[in-house]
Design a protein around this ligand. Structure first.
Ligand SMILES: NC(=O)c1ccc[n+]([C@@H]2O[C@H](COP(=O)([O-])OP(=O)(O)OC[C@H]3O[C@@H](n4cnc5c(N)ncnc54)[C@H](O)[C@@H]3O)[C@@H](O)[C@H]2O)c1
Length: 447
């Protein structure tokens, strides 16, 4: 049996995944509202396909409980999927993880062997240098506890698909009993498993996220260089880059593409946490430092593009608030950073629309005063200038039909959809000094 602490994107997917494999799973979340919602069969976030799985497994093999004692007494596997947000100086805040470990240990009343598995993203060395000594200090109970790291690679919006069809399972273990137990647990999935040291497991997760962030910052830097060169169709250039057969048609090309800066729960905090961890160990990762600063600057680059030549009282339309399309997650969303800058600079007439994230955005950023619209069409009708901040596919049609200046901060529209004439010469003339293709509709309309 399995207990999962934290029923967010990772925890709920893990819990339902193990229930789907036939195990009995208890889910514990510190947020009573979230627990009630899930226990009532409702997903607390937008995640395609998972509502059906929740309804299938709830009360069958998956149980939400507010009594960790009962859950832990029955379980051999305890998974920690709690948040590890920004802490001081960008380092990972591990307080939720240690709270969950405390709850676990204080609930143990027998001498059954259990393995404590961290699925949350934690900096390299955390298991060996912090978790293991912490558990050992708890006395006799620690002798019956194994400690392991099992990083998670799922993508929001594809959580269920990524659980079922994971590329690899990484088991970071330092004792053979835990390793065998985890191999047995995951065996029915038939997915390649790699047993490594806990620090290697922790590092692999950061390797993945920092590489993705690097690809994005590289792409954004190149887009800014292209703006400086002028007369460059940035979206087309990147799409043609992706045609190189050495990419092999891989999905990674979506990260080698410019936008308005990386956001969401993982890349911003994980790049900062790895940077802080390296600095703490006496090594300064220079490229990673630049990846972070290119990203931080990207929000003001975008806000400047939006406001160039605009009156302070102009209505600015915002299309997209979530950090990526098909998601309602607004944690560290670029839209919040850009909107915050617009307001700071005195542009306060903002009208926004997002198909899924308006409620969450208003709740998470109550200090940002944004009027919410009913549709993308309403934004295009009412605003004087429109900024696309999330590449929701449903924005394509209204944006292409719109005659107002469009700032396509996600490079989702083709030159034709943006209303750029086919003759390169004419385009070139209009784009001079305006920062490239992104600006064409503005230069066309505002001269
Ligand atoms: N979201 C992703 O795409 C993703 C992908 C891979 C890894 N991760 C990592 O997984 C971890 C969780 O991410 P998430 O997006 O699922 O977070 P989340 O914020 O969606 O969920 C975390 C949950 O943990 C709960 N929680 C906090 N303290 C608790 C405690 N002591 N006991 C029980 N529940 C507690 C919170 O109430 C919350 O519901 C993070 O370390 C993250 O970096 C996230």
């Amino acid at each position: 049996m399995v207990t999962v602490f934290g029923l967010g994107f990772v925890g709920l997917t893990t819990a339902l995944g193990f229930a789907h494999l036939g195990y009995q799973v208890y889910g514990v979340d510190a947020n009573p509202e979230r627990s009630r919602q899930i226990a009532g069969g409702e997903l607390p976030f937008l995640e395609p396909g998972m509502d059906t799985v929740l309804r299938e497994q709830l009360g069958n093999r998956f149980f939400v409980t507010d009594d960790p004692k009962e859950a832990i007494s029955q379980s051999e596997y305890i998974f920690y999927c709690v948040g590890t947000p920004y802490g001081a100086d960008g380092a990972a805040d591990l307080s939720y993880l240690f709270q969950a470990i405390d709850t676990t240990i204080s609930s143990i009343e027998d001498d059954k062997f259990r393995v404590l598995v961290t699925k949350s993203t934690i900096p390299p060395g955390t298991t060996a240098e912090q978790i293991a000594p912490y558990v050992q200090k708890k006395g006799d109970v620690s002798r019956q506890l194994g400690i392991a790291n099992n990083p998670e690679f799922l993508r929001e919006g594809k959580c269920w698909e990524d659980f079922l069809h994971a590329d690899r399972i990484v088991l970071g273990c330092s004792d053979p009993v835990s390793e065998e137990m985890l191999k047995k647990l995951y065996a029915p999935m038939g997915i390649p498993m790699f047993c490594v040291s806990p620090a290697t497991g922790e590092f692999i997760k950061y390797l993945s996220n920092t590489l993705l962030a690097t690809l994005i910052s590289y792409s954004n830097e190149m887009a800014e260089a292209a703006d400086a060169f002028g007369d460059i169709d940035i979206a087309k250039a990147f799409r043609i880059l992706h045609m190189d057969q050495r990419w092999g048609g891989c999905n990674m090309t979506s990260y080698v593409y410019p936008g308005c800066g990386y956001g969401g729960y993982c890349l911003p905090k994980d790049t900062c946490a790895l940077h802080a961890q390296a600095a703490d160990k006496g090594y300064e990762p220079k490229i990673l430092g630049q990846v972070i600063s290119v990203n931080a600057k990207r929000f003001s680059v975008m806000a400047e593009k939006i406001t160039t030549g605009l009156r302070k009282d102009s209505i600015i339309g915002i299309l997209g608030l979530s950090f990526k399309p098909d998601s309602d997650d607004v944690r560290d969303t670029p839209a919040a950073r850009i909107i915050s800058l617009l307001q700071e600079w005195g542009y306060t007439s903002l009208l926004a629309y997002d198909p899924a994230a308006m409620e969450g955005f208003a709740k998470q950023y109550p200090h940002l005063e944004v009027r919410m619209a009913e549709s993308a069409g309403e934004v295009c009708r009412e605003a004087e200038v429109i900024a696309i901040l999330t590449a929701w596919e449903e924005f394509r049609e209204p944006a292409a039909a719109c005659t107002k200046p469009i700032l396509d901060c996600r490079y989702m529209l083709t030159a034709e959809e943006l209303g750029r004439p086919e003759t390169e010469g004419k385009g070139m003339e209009l784009q001079a000094n305006t920062g490239g293709r992104l600006e064409w509709k503005r230069s066309n309309l505002l001269g």
